[in-house]
Ligand binder design. Structure first.
Ligand SMILES: Nc1ncnc2c1ncn2[C@@H]1O[C@H](COP(=O)(O)OP(=O)(O)OP(=O)(O)O)[C@@H](O)[C@H]1O
Ligand SMILES: [Mg+2]
Length: 348
């Protein structure tokens, strides 16, 4: 996808911002607090129904206004989002569109310095990354996830207050849970060779990932989950929560066969988290036949110049439209030829 024009009204620090020309490489330059991340967040909202920092309407709306409007033209198609207390509207070419369809129609992936937590953080951080990446290639996924999470909350509440009815929710857990696991396994299978190759290309070292199920999988995932729920029932009653299912799946990243969280250096973990995200971008592109737009918010700050160059070349040669942030023009000296850059100045 290629952003041609954008208009933000009463969004974050902007009362009105219109930009009507972009290139493949776009560098947002401005001092701290000048609105670079705000701009990326607005652009991101033309793909996702929540910003990458928050989904809170009040935080996203300019403090002087009571709602915001964002319009983008991507490959000649107009996407508009209107959000206020009373009104929520999302359109593609003037027709209403559901958020989950917009995500796969106009995939946008944001990179940030927090991505290092993919390597160093909890398995919940990694599950959330998986869920977001899969939702970008599969517009049914978020629906299964929402239904599963609802059933899980209800079952856990029953285990606390009304244990004899806890199993009422099992059918919803099993149907949706099995779909989630299947889609995660499919994604991991595609991701592993990509992460291994990318990490090796970036560092000459070796890294991989492993996906752990917390119950025994068999050919029929629904049957296996059903069995796991039945077997863990007495433990669940004692602990008052559901112990088996995809909400407890674990993804471990390994560098030279050791868990990255424990033994990876800061730079290795950062590079591995890049490999994970770039690998997922490749899968999204291969699945959808559309090129995601990449928002790289300060994410290259902490990698050394050689790797920065490598990562940039990787993005650039894949033909994706890129948005980088930096506080000075000189920060972008690693981009050659610099004539190809569209600088957008946020200081004035
Ligand atoms: N809803 C809002 N209404 C008005 N101003 C807002 C709103 N939300 C954030 N801001 C302002 O936007 C500014 C932050 O902008 P942003 O995070 O985009 O900066 P940045 O250019 O990315 O800075 P950095 O280089 O530090 O990352 C802050 O001054 C903040 O007060
Ligand atoms: Mg910022």
């Amino acid at each position: 996808m290629f952003l041609e024009q954008i208009k933000l009204i009463n969004f974050r620090s902007f009362e009105t911002l219109t930009i009507d020309s972009f290139s493949q490489i776009n560098c947002l330059v401005g001092e701290n607090g000048s609105g670079k991340t705000n701009f990326l967040e607005g652009l991101y909202l033309l793909s996702s129904n929540r910003g990458f920092r928050t989904g809170d309407r009040k935080e996203l709306t300019n403090r002087k206004a009571d709602g915001f409007f964002i319009q983008g033209v991507f490959d000649g198609e107009v996407i508009e989002r209107t959000v206020s207390e009373k009104k929520k509207k999302l359109t593609l070419s003037e027709q209403s569109i559901a958020s989950n369809h917009l995500r796969t129609h106009n995939p946008v992936v944001a990179f940030s310095p927090n991505d290092i937590f993919l390597a160093t953080g909890t398995s919940e951080t990694r599950r959330r990354f998986f869920d977001a990446a899969i939702a970008l290639r599969d517009d049914e996924y978020s629906d299964y996830l929402a239904k599963y999470e609802r059933a899980l909350r209800q079952r856990n509440a029953s285990l606390k207050k009304d244990p004899k009815n806890a199993d009422i929710w099992n059918d919803a857990l099993i149907t949706n849970g099995a779909k989630i696991i299947k889609k995660r396994l499919d994604f991991v299978k595609l991701l592993i060779p990509k992460v291994e190759a990318l990490y090796q290309e970036f560092t000459k070292g070796s890294a991989t990932l492993k996906y752990f199920n917390n119950f025994k999988l068999t050919q029929n995932i629904e049957d296996a989950l059903k069995e796991a729920l039945a077997q863990s029932k007495s433990e669940d009653l004692r602990r008052k929560h559901t112990s088996k299912g995809p909400h407890r799946d674990d993804i471990t990243l390994l560098i030279n066969d050791l868990p990255a969280a424990k033994s990876g250096s800061q730079g290795q973990n950062r590079t591995l988290s890049f490999a994970l995200k770039i690998g997922s971008v490749e899968i999204i592109e291969e699945t959808l036949g559309r090129k995601p737009i990449l928002l790289i918010d300060d994410a290259l700050l902490e990698v050394d110049p050689k790797r920065r160059q490598y990562i940039f070349d990787k993005f650039y040669s894949s033909g994706l439209q890129l948005f980088f942030t930096g506080t000075t023009k000189e920060f972008f000296d690693f981009i050659q030829p610099s004539e190809a850059i569209n600088f957008i100045n946020f200081d004035d």
